[in-house]
Design a protein around this ligand. Structure first.
Ligand SMILES: Cc1cc2nc3c(=O)[nH]c(=O)nc-3n(C[C@H](O)[C@H](O)[C@H](O)COP(=O)(O)O)c2cc1C
Ligand code: SF4
Length: 489
């Protein structure tokens, strides 16, 4: 993973944990309304892909276990991982692109309701993504993928057939290809080919604005039928909708270039969803406070989008940052490019090795500006912040200063799914605290079942402990409290 050149090692933040009485009168443990839905507290577990769905996208027993574990910590909101809206194979990632996925998702809703005692509101993040191919072996690329053009033929001089052109190119040293191949061809060779929303010469890409509103609306309706409290439209990171919002979107068909053009499809998607699910179902989105790439959207753009989303009637705005393909590292041959390996990936999931600013709450200043612009425009839409938040004082301070309305913690909740509950019970000193190494994110990158290094080797021999596919790691955080005496309230 990319690290800032300064490489300053930041210790964990000092933590002071409140008594149960102080916690119960805090902002963090006060209710928050997301349109038609009320959260009991302003604690939020954002979407995290755990690599536990079946290969054809269904809810599995392991998925139920994963969300049960978070639900037992009783966060105000729990967001189910990015779930694909199309009915196409996408490996062990959850899908919602057909009615056959609804029964499994309904089980998930019931399981979370039982595990949280009805205290947690459950949202599902719905996503569209474009095709990304694995980095090919050079011989495969030249034999099969490269479309031979006159430019290639000219470079091969007296080659008499396309076969000879392919052989000529394959025999060249890598650096010589810089002069011959087009930038996109070089990218396909060195990173694996990747579709972009600007590839409007391809019909399916050109047609995205015609197709996506209905696909999102159908997916949202299925999530409503499954019993979720709401949907989070995934407009963040490296995926289709974020690419429409990005300043790099140069589509000239009215869905790119200007701020109005870039926000047009996201708004059309939202309106189609709202029309399908009505007003009694929470609909919000996750988007970026900053793309964190050269030529990408800035916080000024994000302010404009936030106000427009609020004006359109979204029930919440959840802000992440970075996580783009454009600055990702070159993958190994046979692997797909992973959008959290460059600087923008670092900004999304910052580690303890950082710059002067450090990994804790680096998204907060931008989110505070977005929230105040939304308020100035006359909207009370709740704004959720994530990124390196792991103590009570940090979370409470963010709420007290009006920088956000709810506080999301992904890795801290993975490190200790009971951490919000422990705080509310005045038992904060029992929290297992994230050390922000991104071991978990490394597993995600390898498409391995995600676990936390702080607990995944603990009690492996205990009865009933489920293990990862290689048998080396436990899949879930140990129970809390360890003995059968359940905490009250
Ligand atoms: C293993 C893993 C999987 C993630 N999957 C998603 C996802 O499906 N959708 C999403 O919007 N963010 C995803 N994220 C990003 C988190 O939601 C969060 O924004 C990020 O980790 C920063 O918050 P934190 O510092 O509290 O971890 C993932 C993060 C991790 C560590
Ligand atoms: S592996 Fe655990 S401690 Fe390390 S960053 Fe992930 S959640 Fe935090």
């Amino acid at each position: 993973m990319w690290k800032p050149p300064e490489r300053i090692k930041h210790p964990q933040l000092e933590a002071r944990w409140p008594t149960a009485a102080e916690a119960s009168s805090s902002r963090l443990f006060s209710p928050l309304r997301l349109g038609p839905v009320e959260l009991e507290q302003r604690t939020w577990v954002p979407a995290m892909v755990p690599w536990r769905a079946s290969d054809d996208g269904f809810v599995t027993a392991e998925i139920l276990d994963w969300y049960t574990r978070f639900a037992r910590g009783r966060p105000g909101a729990l967001v189910v991982e990015a779930t694909g809206i199309r009915d196409i194979p996408s490996g062990p990632l959850l899908r919602i692109g057909h009615d056959r996925f609804v029964p499994g998702l309904r089980d998930l809703v019931r399981t979370v309701a039982d595990a949280s005692g009805g205290h947690t509101r459950l949202l599902i993040q719905i996503i569209d993504f474009l095709a990304v191919r694995r980095r090919p072996r050079p011989e495969t690329f030249f034999d099969r993928y490269l479309e031979i053009t006159d430019r290639h033929r000219r470079s091969a001089g007296d080659a008499t057939s396309d076969r000879q052109v392919r052989e000529f190119l394959e025999a060249l040293p890598d650096h010589a290809l810089d002069e011959i191949l087009e930038p996109r061809e070089l990218e396909s060779l060195r990173f694996g080919s990747r579709e972009r929303v600007t590839d409007t010469h391809l019909e399916p890409i050109r047609e995205l604005p015609r197709v996506l509103p209905d696909l999102f609306a159908q997916a949202a309706r299925r999530s409503q039928r499954a019993g979720f409290d709401g949907v989070e439209l995934h407009f963040a990171h490296a995926y289709t909708m974020a690419s429409f919002l990005s300043a790099r979107n140069s589509r000239s068909d009215g869905y790119g270039e200007s701020l109005e053009g870039r926000v047009r499809l996201p708004l059309e998607v939202f309106r189609a969803v709202r029309e399908r699910v009505g007003e009694s179902f929470a609909v919000g989105c996750r988007y970026l406070s900053d793309d964190c790439i050269d030529g990408g959207s800035s916080v000024e753009d994000a302010i404009y989008f936030g106000v427009e989303f609020a004006r359109a009637g979204m029930d919440f705005l959840s802000l992440s940052r970075g996580g783009k393909f454009e600055d990702a590292k070159q993958p190994k041959i046979g692997w797909a490019v992973y959008p959290y390996t460059g600087r923008s990936g670092y900004e999304c999931m910052p580690t303890a090795i950082s710059d002067e600013t450090g990994p804790f709450g680096r998204n907060v200043p931008h989110v505070a500006r977005i929230r105040s612009a939304v308020r100035r425009a006359g909207f009370s839409t709740p704004v959720i912040v994530a990124g390196g938040i792991s103590t009570f004082d940090q979370a409470e301070g963010i709420l007290e200063r009006g920088e956000a309305d709810a506080v999301a913690a992904a890795r801290q909740s993975l490190a200790d799914p009971d951490w919000f509950r422990k705080i509310s019970l005045g038992r904060g000193q029992e929290i297992r605290r994230c050390i922000y190494t991104n071991y978990c994110e490394g597993l995600d990158q390898k498409h391995k079942q995600v676990t936390c290094q702080l607990w995944d080797r603990e009690g492996l021999e205990e009865p009933g402990v489920k293990r990862s596919a290689d048998g080396k790691r436990r899949l879930l955080a140990p129970d809390w409290p360890p003995v059968s005496s359940e905490p009250t309230s």
